[in-house]
Design a protein around this ligand. Structure first.
Ligand code: ATP
Length: 367
């Protein structure tokens, strides 16, 4: 399923001129406030008619200004979840959900009420009114309502932004389930690197109405220069690995990937064969030119320096190709100088084991 966007539109003094294509299960639209994320999502939804351009979802042309095509919102079959849940306050959760279902003609309905309710864990809320629900519960119901309209594409505009950290943590696994268990693509607006790193398969970075980078998450997340300064520490690599097994003696879980073997503090929830997504923050990676001895870090992954990028005056981002998978390290200019690093040089990426917190290791599939 491909989403293809190439549009131009003005809003007051703001001009959006954005083009990207994505085949990802969850494409994150990332960028600072005012960069045009919501405008772009509204164009895809059909709430804004762009001055010019094309929007094609799964081969279906939704917008083509040259051919004067602009499919209206209600005919696009797009689910839209806003920052605030926007539930009908006088209706029960069940009736709110049913409202979504009724939006779609019977012949086009594929979503099953029971399955959606189970997927989002909202069965116990069906007879309640939105007023009595927590922010996270409201958002789950809003997602349910959008899904029950049997959409071909789900748009989520900062669905977690109004939630506190505890509610965010509660809802994230549900978004992961949508990503992994549904066959509909999701476009998620976010300005949180941690959220994108955890949820996205693909990432589009917007700045002042333009796309400055787009592609698979692991490629874009390594461009630390594109991330806001206060969130750069969250950037790095996201690798998919397979669980090999548990090392009972030291309470460790062993993972394997083309980049090599990784040991993380034991996660009892993981079983051999499970595929997990592991986030390695660039700031947690050291570079060694020889296999280190007498070092506590357990993860020493051989590779080759693929790129050296200066960041400001004192830092460098070193991309290490480890068996075809890039791992990014953020180190000082001084270290680059002392180690004499050059592109093509064999090195070792050293990752401190405790840097793999639970949020950085998520199961994405059964083995
Ligand atoms: N109706 C409008 N009239 C004039 N300018 C508008 C209108 N709607 C949006 N804008 C401007 O367009 C720009 C992009 O807004 P948009 O809401 O798409 O950004 P965003 O990236 O989603 O921001 P945020 O993260 O703050 O939600 C902003 O400068 C905004 O002020």
């Amino acid at each position: 399923m491909t989403i293809s966007i190439d549009v131009r539109h003005g809003l007051g003094s703001f001009e959006i001129d954005a083009a990207f294509e994505s085949e990802g299960r969850l494409t994150a639209l990332f960028g600072p406030s005012g960069s045009g994320k919501t405008t772009l999502v509204n164009i895809v939804a059909g709430l804004i008619r762009p001055r010019e351009g094309r929007v094609v979802v799964d081969g279906r042309v939704l917008v083509d200004s040259a051919a004067n095509v602009h499919v209206p919102f209600h005919k696009r079959r797009i689910g839209y979840v806003f920052q605030d849940a926007r539930l009908f306050p006088h209706m029960s959760v069940r009736r709110n959900l049913d409202y979504g279902r009724r939006l779609t003609p019977v012949r086009d309905r594929y979503a099953d009420f029971g399955k959606v309710v189970d997927l989002l864990g909202i069965g116990h809320l069906l007879d309640r009114k939105p007023d009595g629900l927590s922010g996270g519960e409201k958002q789950r119901v809003a997602i349910g309502r959008a899904l029950l309209a049997s959409p071909r594409l789900l748009l989520m505009d900062e669905p977690l932004a109004s939630l506190d950290d505890a509610r965010k943590a509660e809802i994230m696994p549900y978004v992961e389930r949508l990503r992994d268990e549904l066959r509909i693509p999701i476009v998620l607006v976010s300005h949180s690197v941690a959220e994108v790193a955890r949820l996205a398969t693909d990432m589009v970075v917007l700045d002042k109405g333009r796309v400055v980078a787009a592609g698979p998450l692991n490629d874009v997340l390594q461009r630390l220069d594109l991330l806001p300064e206060d969130q750069r520490g969250e950037g790095g690599s996201v690798l998919e690995m397979t669980v090999v097994g548990q090392d009972e003696r030291f309470a460790m879980t062993v993972l394997s990937s083309p980049a090599g073997e990784i040991r993380i503090p034991r996660s009892g929830a993981l079983q051999a064969g499970n595929v997990v997504r592991v986030r390695i923050r660039a700031r947690d990676v050291m570079i060694a030119t020889e296999p280190p001895r007498g070092l506590s870090a357990l993860n020493v992954i051989p590779g080759t320096v693929a790129a050296l990028t200066a960041s400001g005056t004192s830092l460098f981002d070193v991309s290490v190709d480890c068996g075809g998978q890039p791992i990014l390290a953020r180190i000082t200019r001084q270290s680059v100088h002392v180690l004499g690093l050059t592109v093509g040089q064999p090195v070792f990426a050293v990752v401190k084991t405790v840097s793999f917190d639970t949020a950085s290791t998520r199961r994405v599939a059964e083995g």
